[in-house]
Each structure stands twice: as structure tokens, then as C-alpha cells.
Design a protein around this ligand. Sequence first.
Ligand code: PHE
Length: 349
Amino acid sequence: MSNLELLKKELVETVRAANDIPALEEVRVTALGKKGKVTSLMQTLGCLSPEQRKEMGQALNKLKDEITAEIEAKSLLLKKAALDERLEKEKIDVTLSPRPSPKGTIHPISKTVEELVAIFADMGFSVAEGPDIEDDFHNFTALNFPEGHPARQMHDTFYLPEAAGKTRLLRTHTSTVQVHVMQMQKPPIRVIIPGRTYRSDYDMTHTPMFHQLEGLVIDKTTHMGHLKGCLIEFCRRFFEVDELPTRFRPSFFPFTEPSAEMDIGCSRAGGELKIGEGKDWLEILGCGMVHPNVLKNCGIDPDEYQGFAFGMGLERIAMLKYGIPDLRTFFESDVRWLKHYGFGPMEGA
Ligand code: PHE
């Protein structure tokens, strides 16, 4: 093998052995750089005879081209390998879920409100709201609770410090919003009012803050038959029982006359409560025809208009529908309870 062939073999081997771009560049400098092996040989051409120079010159040029081609090929390989490695390292897993799966749940009270709004919206009711902090007029006086009457003590009211000489309190029922609505809207009126209410009470079936849903219908010919039809339809839809027995017992509220309490049929056989079956009754809400004094207090002529109202405890009906035994647990924010009794965002009404 000639010297040039040996040199070529050596250079090709070093090119192939280079395992990154800087190493390859070093090889290039050693072979083809100013002081490189091939370059140095070219510099010796001047000392040769013209024939030898021609022959050697061609051979060296060929060697230079071959080594350049080898280096280029290797450089491409190394660049591709470097790119592959980078792509591998910087890989994005596009199958990863864009958001963590939801961990929260919808509270049974929120769920109950959603269901009630849907049911009453189908019957043509709209939703109204009012303030939690009220005055004596909206909570009692306008609703026909006489001054100093024991009915005012029926509700264990949380009183707040007076403001501008006015008594302030946390509303004890959502009936306060009946007053606001009648003061602001002209009949016909058909509203439901979900909201927080407050009474000083605490045991298995009472918490100082709880929720009610109030209903109010005012029109020229509204009567007790409308009240019954509306509430029976509501209970059947809410408890999902088509043949739900219902009854209306006479009762008393200062703001309705006549007043009634509505019961639904149930069975308590074997200690398990089943709604719609058996011979037992379960009280579910208070209702009645709006007292003429209330209409008058709110600027509506009782000779022209009449209507009905109802009010129910949301925790109570949620407990009955979803089998939740203790009211206090609603507001303890225990995540295990929330997970157990809460609802997913897509669960249907
Ligand atoms: N406000 C009554 C209560 O809190 C419920 C009710 C509302 C009764 C409307 C009759 C009419 O108990």
C-alpha cells in the first residue's frame, strides 16, 4: 500500500471514529487545516519534478476531496444524531390531559336550588333575590306580624346593632323578599326566591344559617286551587314520584290567610324512609293565600289582587331526597362528606 493510501486509510478511520461535531472539526484541522497532514504534503509539491508534481498533485487533490466528502457525510450523520437526541429529550406528551380531572363537587344545596329553579321555571316562575340583612319592616311589620305580638318570638332572631335609628337583623325567612318584589313590581307576579336565612337555633335539624325557597304568585283570580296544583306538581317532579300522596293541613302564619302546611306520603317501615309509599306523612312546606294586610302594606290593592305564597327549608328537602341524616353536616365543609353527597358538574337534574 502506498503512503498516500495509508494516510487515506488513517484519516478515514479518524473521521469515522469522531463521535461529535467538535471531535470531527479537530479531525478536519489535523487533515486539511493549514498545518494539516494533506496540506503539508501539498506544500512539498514544489520540490518535485514536473511529472511527479502532476501525478502527486492529482493524487493529493483526490485525497483531499475524498476526505472532505467523508467529513461532510460524517457531519451530516452527527447532526442528525444530535437532532434526534434533542427531539427525544424535548418530547412533549400530547396525550397528557390538558387539565387535571375536577376534584370538587357541587354541594347538595346548590344542586337542590338548581333543580327547584328548573322545575319552577317550567311553570313560568322567575327567580328573585333580596338582602340577608333586613329591617324590622321587611322581616315582620309588612308581613303582618303585629308589634309586640308573640309571633315575633316564633323566630329566634339575630339582631344587629341599629343603623340610622333603624333596627337591623338577619332575615329569619325569605318572605322578606315577597315584600321587596311587591314593592317593586306590578302584578301579575310569579317569582321564586332562594336564599340564606338565620335563626338562633342549633341541633340535628336546626343550624343558625339555613336556606329557604319562597314562592309568590299574585294575580286577579289566583286561588287556593292554583296553590295546591302548583305545589303538588312541584313535589311530584322534585321527588320523582308520579303518584305522590299529598295533604294540606290548616296552620297559621301571620302573612297568609288561610294558611296550611303541606305533607307528602311516605313510609317509615323498618326505620327506612321511603317517599311516596305507605301510610305515614312528612311535613314539607308552609303555604297560604297572601293576607290582604300584606298586599296593602306593599302597595297592592287587595280588592283587585290576591295570590298565594309558600316557603320551604332547602336543607330539609335535600335531606329527604338524598338521604342525608344530619343537617349540621351541610356546613362542616368536611371534604369526605362533600365527596360523598356532592354532585359532579354533568350529573343531570
Ligand atoms: N316564612 C315561613 C317560614 O319561614 C314559610 C312560609 C312562606 C309560609 C310563605 C307561608 C307562606 O316558616
